[in-house]
Design a protein around this ligand. Structure first.
Ligand code: TRP
Ligand code: ZN
Ligand code: CA
Length: 433
């Protein structure tokens, strides 16, 4: 239920960026050397939620800190991970006179000095079973971890997953974990991705505005499936990523909304109703009925995309091409037009020798101003009216793009600034050296 958007050389890139239906875009294979994230089967994620619901039902209706439903939740997740080949650790702490538990699962292999971690709180409030908050994040990272094992993925970085206790009482478990990590171990954590409430019944698609590379990785994924996102503002610091951010670890995450009310503009954007994102937030009706399957599916796939992207090779194979061959007509002496390509699956910054292939058909190149626009809006001028009456711009420019985050939507912007001759963008491509 997802498209491959990794390292994609897509004629349809511009359509994706314009929000075309996901199904309209061609699926493309990742080039040799890169491994695309698998689709995360939402049915499996939902089965984990059904199991967490049963655990709550059998234990007084909740999975709260210090209650038997919490420990049963830990045992349930741990058994799945152990069977899949993870190295699991249960960390105990005491809070409010009760024992709390964090579960840490390490996937053997990868560079031990570069760790990518995903985490979710596993506790509910005492007033309900906590299926959206936060069975949803817990189940999605569990299924992602199981998908890593199923595919035999061996990333270049080390992968770790965490399920936190007593988040609802003040991020207690995640603070305990971070406080007990030696400084040298903290320094190895290159990114912490948090998932708390990702299946809200009236969902929005929110991305945390924290580490730029993590943020861009999530935004890319959603751009690739044509789903608009917004920056998360319902309470920065209200979930476990704050424990990591406070000690300087790069963080990011996804969220579909809690008690805040969806605005009419957000209803236009995402559908649903102008009511709370989650009308059952922190209440007894946060059951398996309180989940939007589409949101759960998209976010689960976005998690896998981010885990694969951020843990994989940091540079794409030499010669990796991102291309858009859709024609874009350039109006005579008129507004600028753009052709877009989405770069994804590349960790870190763009190269110092990014090859920008420009193919513009035009009978008078002296009319044209052509720029490369980086994902953050930085403009690199490629052509400024040189060449007079010569035909066409068909050449490759080398741009030092090393100060730009590689992942994101790159645009070729062309403007015709003098009247009489017209043409079109025939193609735009970025080639990694
Ligand atoms: N568990 C969080 C809480 O109870 C839910 C939440 C609210 C949240 N706002 C958030 C999670 C913003 C992530 C980001 O407060
Ligand atoms: Zn929560
Ligand atoms: Ca002209």
């Amino acid at each position: 239920m997802k498209l491959s958007v990794r390292l994609a050389a897509l004629a349809g890139s511009s359509a994706l960026v314009l929000g075309a239906l996901a199904g309209a875009a061609p699926a493309t294979a990742a080039p040799a050397g890169a491994t695309a994230a698998p689709d995360i089967p939402v049915a499996n994620v939902k089965q984990h939620l059904t199991d967490l619901q049963s655990i709550a039902t059998a234990n007084g209706g909740n999975r709260g800190h210090g209650r038997p439903g919490y420990k049963a939740s830990i045992d349930f997740v741990k058994a799945k991970l152990d069977a899949a080949g993870y190295t699991t650790t249960v960390q105990q702490f005491t809070y409010n006179g009760s024992t709390g538990y964090n579960l840490i699962a390490d996937w053997p292999g990868g560079d031990p000095n570069q760790v990518v971690m995903a985490g979710s709180h596993l506790d509910s409030v005492s007033s309900g079973p906590g299926i959206n908050d936060n069975g949803s994040g817990s189940a999605a990272i569990l299924e992602t971890a199981l998908a890593v094992a199923r595919s035999g993925y061996q990333p270049s970085k080390h992968l770790r997953f965490g399920w936190w206790g007593a988040e609802e009482l003040g991020l207690v478990g995640s603070k305990y974990y971070v406080n007990n990590l030696a400084t040298t171990e903290r320094a190895k954590l290159k990114g912490y991705l948090n998932f708390d409430m990702i299946g809200s019944p009236n969902p929005g698609y929110f991305v945390y505005d924290d580490d730029p590379a993590i943020e861009a990785t999530f935004k890319n994924y959603f751009a690739g499936i044509g789903v608009p996102t917004e920056i998360e503002t319902e309470g920065d610091g209200r979930s476990d990523h704050a424990s990591f951010k406070n000690v300087g670890i790069p963080v990011g995450g996804l969220f579909t909304g809690a008690s805040r009310v969806k605005t009419s503009a957000q209803v236009s954007k995402w559908g649903g109703t102008a009511t709370a994102f989650d009308r059952c937030y922190h209440s007894s009706c946060d059951t398996t009925a309180n989940i939007n399957d589409t949101a759960l599916d998209r976010n689960s796939d976005a998690i896998a995309h981010a885990i694969w992207t951020l843990s994989g090779t940091s540079t794409p194979p030499t010669g990796t091409v991102f291309e858009n061959t859709a024609d874009v007509s350039i109006p005579d002496n008129g507004a600028a037009v753009t052709s877009s390509v989405t770069v994804s699956g590349v960790a870190g910054n763009a190269p110092a020798a990014l090859a920008v292939g420009v193919d513009i058909v035009h009978p008078y190149r002296g009319d044209l101003v052509v720029d490369l626009v980086a994902p953050d809006g930085t403009v690199y001028n490629l052509h400024n009216r040189s060449g007079g009456s010569a035909d066409n711009i068909q050449q490759t420019y080398t741009v030092n793009a090393s100060s730009e985050v590689a992942n994101g939507v790159w645009k070729l912007r062309a403007q015709d600034v003098a009247s009489a001759d017209v043409g079109y963008v025939n193609g735009f491509k970025l080639t990694f050296p």
